[in-house]
Write a protein that binds this ligand. Structure first.
Ligand code: DGJ
Length: 578
């Protein structure tokens, strides 16, 4: 009997011989969600390759060492459906295998991007046999009945073909990587949504648009009424929270027939106020919500086909609404944008997270909108700037950060390499605190007043002191006051710091971009003066803190001033006295 139970238990394990816990998956910690690989949380210090860079191993040859030199531990690599399945039912996995092998050789994890039915709204990566058979695989129609190079979500054959190909890909990845876990996540499609009109106007789409909103969506919205994205709730409220009716009855009018779709929202011109606010609202709500539902249902089928073969985290990325592109159709209408996240959750429950391609200057605001309702943050595309790395991981509990076209800018002497090195030196401390109130990050401009944060039992005042010179001793020794530092003329620098409390009196700090001075004020009763205990510059190696320099004397203002110099990680203990 015992043997039979044991056998049943063994058979329940995936047949590639892995326990489920070793396979990449997501796990909650407090308010954060972490990516667990081989049983341990993993922070993806990534970059996304140019769209076609990994279409041959030869083209990738010079790229791998560059990625390593920039301190990346993960790379986002596009796979094109056209290349994977050049003829229907015939798959070529040689490139996938080679990419996985090269990534392993370079100690990199991989997130594959499935360029299937859609890439940047359009369908340029679908195979020739799909694109040329426009009867079997219908395109959308835009105003005037024109068809464009964009496969319609109203094409069951297209969905099934995409799902079959993605399923075959995931089966293959499981076969070659199910016990190695080089591939840690999958992005399914790329920046989907309708461009050049606010919705699909094919006959099938028009018929669905005039029909009732599906009960599955209505039930979801009703059940989650109190936590819906405010933008969505607002348009539903404006129509009396109707629980049944056509899309326009429930959510409000779509784009009138008279309106031609501009390429950018600036034609016709917006007022200054509309320019500021327009990209934070739903316009022609029925159209965008309708498309979000139809894209999410289609992609859910693709994700399910993939997960049936190999269940690792899968996400969708969004081309964002923005001041110049505030109307749906100027940005892909129906993509996984924050105003329609609830629709995506209802339509694509198999998806693990919805991700921003974040090139906007409003970095924090977008992250805030993308982390509502516990959506885990992964930034698959962003500008090649390092200033958002520490805030992404420290403030928004990001799983990963990934500048686009990384091979063009990556290298050992870049700001990104410095920020990634710092994060990797502090990774165990960051992972231990993510999702709790014991981690944060700040951006500081040189010359501006201090920023304050509460951490552990203290309020910390942080000042950017520029280039990290040796601190000057306070004029009145023992007051713990932060002295003025002489400033150099020139452009204002910005420092970023990441701050963690590992215990009531124990901290980890790191800074990039400038030196940051930190003063402590106690938040609990007792002696008011705070002394510096151990101040250690170091790094985590195999999960253990290793001290590189024990700091005192000149490096700590004779024990009274704490300065975190750029590109350094510190472990600091404090005590109180009178
Ligand atoms: C966003 C897309 O997702 C990428 O594939 C790439 O085309 C960039 N835009 C180009 O800026």
């Amino acid at each position: 009997m015992k043997t039979r139970i044991l056998l049943a238990a063994l058979l329940a394990l995936p047949f590639y011989g892995q326990t489920v816990s070793g396979i990449p998956h997501l796990q909650k910690q407090g308010t954060a969600t972490q990516l667990i690989v081989d049983g341990k949380p993993f922070l993806a210090l990534s970059g996304e390759l140019g769209n076609n860079s990994a279409t041959s191993l030869e083209n990738m040859q010079p790229v791998w060492p560059k990625l390593v030199s920039g301190n990346l531990n993960c790379v986002l690599v596009a796979l094109s459906w056209a290349q994977l399945e050049p003829a229907e039912g015939s798959f070529d996995f040689a490139l996938v295998d080679g990419l996985i092998q090269e990534a392993r050789r370079n100690n990199l994890k991989v997130v594959f991007l499935w360029f299937g039915s859609w890439k940047n709204g359009l369908s340029s990566y679908a195979p020739y046999w799909v694109k040329s058979d426009y009867t079997r695989f219908p395109r959308i129609r835009v105003k005037g009945g024109r068809s464009i190079e964009l496969l319609s979500t109203f094409g069951d054959a297209t969905r099934d073909a995409d799902a079959r190909a993605f399923g075959a890909l995931m089966r293959h990845i499981r076969e070659v990587d199910g016990s190695r876990h080089t591939v840690v996540m999958m992005q399914v499609e790329n920046e989907v949504g309708v461009l050049r009109d606010s919705r699909d106007r094919s006959a099938a789409a028009n018929q669905a648009f005039d029909s009732a909103v599906p009960k599955q969506l209505m039930d979801y919205l009703e059940k989650h009424k109190d936590t819906l994205a405010p933008e969505l709730r607002e348009v539903w409220a404006a129509h009396g929270f109707k629980t049944a009716g056509s899309w326009e009855e429930v959510f409000g009018a779509g784009k009138p027939d008279s309106v031609d779709m501009p390429v950018q929202t600036r034609t016709p011109p917006l007022s200054a106020e509309e320019y500021q606010t327009g990209w934070r609202q739903l316009h022609w709500p029925a159209d965008e919500i309708f498309m979000a539902w139809n894209y999410s249902r289609y992609i859910n089928a693709v994700v399910e086909a993939g997960k049936k073969e190999y269940t690792i985290p899968m996400f969708m990325n969004a081309w964002l609404q923005q001041p110049n592109m505030a109307w749906p159709g100027t940005y892909p209408s129906g993509g996984p944008l924050p105003q329609v996240h609830d629709v995506w959750r209802a339509g694509a429950p198999a998806a693990d997270l919805l991700a921003p391609d974040l090139y906007l200057q409003y970095f924090d605001e977008v992250c805030t909108r993308f982390t509502r309702n516990a959506n885990p943050l992964f930034i698959p595309e962003t500008s090649v700037t390092a200033t958002n790395v520490l805030p992404a991981f420290g403030t928004f509990n990001a799983i990963g950060f990934s500048p686009f076209y990384i091979e063009r800018s990556v290298g050992p002497d870049t700001e990104l390499a410095a920020a990634y090195r710092l994060i990797s030196q502090l990774t165990p401390a960051i992972l231990a605190q993510q999702g709790k109130d014991s981690i944060t990050a700040v951006r500081l401009n040189e010359g501006e007043g201090p920023a304050t944060v509460r951490l552990g039992n203290y309020t910390l005042s942080l000042t950017d002191i520029g280039n990290g010179r040796v601190p000057i001793a306070p004029e009145t020794p023992g007051t713990g006051q932060v002295p003025q530092s002489p400033r150099q003329a020139g452009p204002v620098a910005q420092a970023q710091a990441i701050l963690m409390a590992a215990g009531p009196n124990e901290f980890y700090f790191g800074a990039v971009g400038g030196a940051v001075r930190i003063a402590f004020a106690p938040d609990t009763p007792g002696p008011k003066t705070v002394g510096l205990g151990d101040v250690q510059q170091g790094k985590f190696v195999d999960g253990v803190w290793r001290v590189i320099r024990q700091l005192g004397g000149d490096d700590t203002g004779q024990g009274e001033i704490l300065t975190v110099r750029p590109n350094s990680a510190l472990r600091v203990t404090v005590y109180r006295y009178e």
